[in-house]
Design a protein around this ligand. Structure first.
Ligand SMILES: Cc1cc2nc3c(=O)[nH]c(=O)nc-3n(C[C@H](O)[C@H](O)[C@H](O)COP(=O)(O)OP(=O)(O)OC[C@H]3O[C@@H](n4cnc5c(N)ncnc54)[C@H](O)[C@@H]3O)c2cc1C
Length: 469
């Protein structure tokens, strides 16, 4: 749809939104139509950039009146294509970045949807608090996008996902009305909790404009260790030990050797923490609110892990710089795969106890399906979430590998479902996983979701391509 074919009620918004709020210049719009992995290329008649909730309301009302479809967008770091418009109006929240309130007494921050996660971290630090959601995209990912995808990240094992941190929400619903539920309440049992519907809805049920988020006391001490292991069974045993024997585990990340090898080869400035290669690794972070006791507890736990044969070798970060360089090995796992060619990517979760079985069975099934695949498995093992990337065999032409993507996704997703897992642990459904979602989701849950969508957005104007095929 060209701007000239937009309904007059929508085109009339240009005057009130002004040049910053109404953008038609293709050069300015272009970066927001392609995404991080270069998988989807979008198209839009116009980029709308409101500066206030009032302006979002006016936009959505005009779109609702005319049945004009909207794709909301935050930082454009989503990995399942939900933020990339295909002809819809592109509604960016990036100009709405204000911190409306910050309170150490309430342990809460109220912030507009376009603020980045990093800016919330920085604000929380000024009152000696922390926002415990951490992910590699936090410099660009926005609060609206993180809530809409119910983002996870590395600290889920201790603090849960975004859903657990949202105390209140302000949103513009698909008919243009405003949901006013910004509050720092921990207790509120007044009927259905409507904000929960918008969390993880991927922009299909409304536009999030602001949120009140729970903050936590800032830990006084952190210890980061990098362990070498024989296999995922050892990782599972070490996970139980680290959790149970310290009570202070905040992250437990699994890393396979091939993935670490790609990081060391393709990311300048990284180096192997060990002299020799090992088949598997885990990065574990511990935190405590009292200074001086944590290191001893962790050392004793690791000694018992070494005695039990769960740990083959270990490096303990001696300062913040060393901790950051160990974390970098984990955070660069996705970027480091890019030079190695295409991969069928998955973001699955299974019960923690089933992670070793999932990895063994998925490796066997994918290698049987397409011999020579180069598998990179890594991720948040502490909560059962594995990023399982099946790389193309060396030397295979891209076009040939593309024909294998569907069969590989089916094998991996079926296996996750078979182990009572999920085909999307933290990235969402977007447009990438719609078919497997409709095939594998519990039928009652799926039908209920479609009913909620039809009730709240009967014209299907909010992100119409997302979730449902
Ligand atoms: C290097 C890298 C690492 C990552 N690591 C993680 C990780 O560890 N854990 C994790 O969970 N994710 C991770 N992600 C994915 C991504 O960062 C998250 O999905 C993030 O929540 C998206 O935020 P965003 O502001 O970029 O949203 P966008 O990408 O702009 O949008 C994502 C979805 O939310 C919708 N949306 C955006 N803003 C709004 C709004 N205000 N109201 C309604 N709907 C909206 C969009 O329509 C779209 O469907 C990673 C991504 C990258 C590139």
């Amino acid at each position: 749809m060209a701007v000239s074919t937009l309904p007059p009620q929508v085109r009339a918004l240009q005057a009130s939104l002004g040049p910053k709020g109404w953008v038609e210049d293709p050069a300015v719009i272009a970066p927001w139509l392609s995404e991080w992995r270069g998988r989807w290329q979008g198209a839009t008649p116009v980029l709308l950039q409101p500066s206030s909730t009032d302006e979002v309301e006016v936009i959505v009302r005009a779109c609702a009146e005319t049945g004009t479809a909207i794709t909301p967008q935050g930082g454009n770091t989503g990995l399942v294509g939900g933020q990339t418009p295909q002809g819809e109006v592109l509604l960016s929240l990036r100009r709405m970045t204000a911190i409306r309130s910050l309170s150490a007494t309430d342990d809460a921050i109220t912030v507009e949807a376009g603020a980045t996660l990093q800016s919330v971290h920085d604000a929380a630090a000024t009152i000696a608090r922390t926002m415990p959601l951490s992910l590699a995209s936090q410099g660009s990912a926005t609060i609206g996008g993180l809530i809409s995808t119910n983002a996870g990240g590395v600290h889920v094992v201790r603090y849960g996902m975004m859903r657990r941190m949202v105390l209140g929400l302000e949103a513009v619903m698909p008919d243009g009305s405003r949901l006013n539920q910004l509050s720092a309440l921990r207790k509120d049992n007044t009927g259905y909790d409507i904000k929960q519907l918008l969390i993880g809805a991927e922009g299909t049920l409304g536009v999030i404009t602001a949120a009140t988020l729970e903050l936590q006391p800032r830990p006084e001490e952190r210890v980061v260790v990098f362990c070498a292991l024989t296999d995922p069974l050892a990782a599972r045993a070490l996970l139980a030990r680290a959790k149970g024997e310290t009570g202070s585990m905040a992250a437990f990340e699994l890393i396979g050797r091939r993935g670490l090898g790609y990081v060391l080869k393709n990311i300048p400035g990284t180096r192997d923490p060990f002299e020799d290669p090992y088949p598997w690794y885990v990065l574990i972070e511990f935190e405590a609110h009292e200074y001086g006791v944590l290191r001893k507890t962790v050392d004793e736990m690791l000694a018992r892990g070494l005695d039990a044969g769960e740990v083959l070798d270990v490096v303990v970060a001696q300062n913040d710089a060393q901790a950051a360089s160990l974390w970098r090995l984990r955070e660069e796992m996705s970027s480091a795969q890019k030079p190695e060619g295409r991969a069928a990517k998955h973001d699955v979760s299974v019960p923690v106890s089933s992670v070793p079985e999932f990895l063994a069975r998925a490796d066997a099934a994918c290698s049987a399906l397409l011999p020579g695949v180069r598998i990179v498995a890594f991720g948040h093992m502490g909560d059962g979430n594995i990023h399982y990337d099946v790389g193309m065999p060396a030397g295979m032409p891209d076009e040939d590998f593309l024909t294998w993507l569907g069969p590989i996704h089916t094998v991996v997703h079926d296996l996750a479902a078979n182990l009572s897992g999920s085909i999307s642990a933290e990235h969402g459904i977007g447009v990438a996983r719609r078919e497997d979602f409709s095939r594998l989701e519990d039928p009652v849950a799926y039908k209920t979701m479609k009913g909620i969508k039809a009730l709240l957005d009967p014209q299907c104007i909010m992100n119409p391509r997302v979730l449902f095929p």
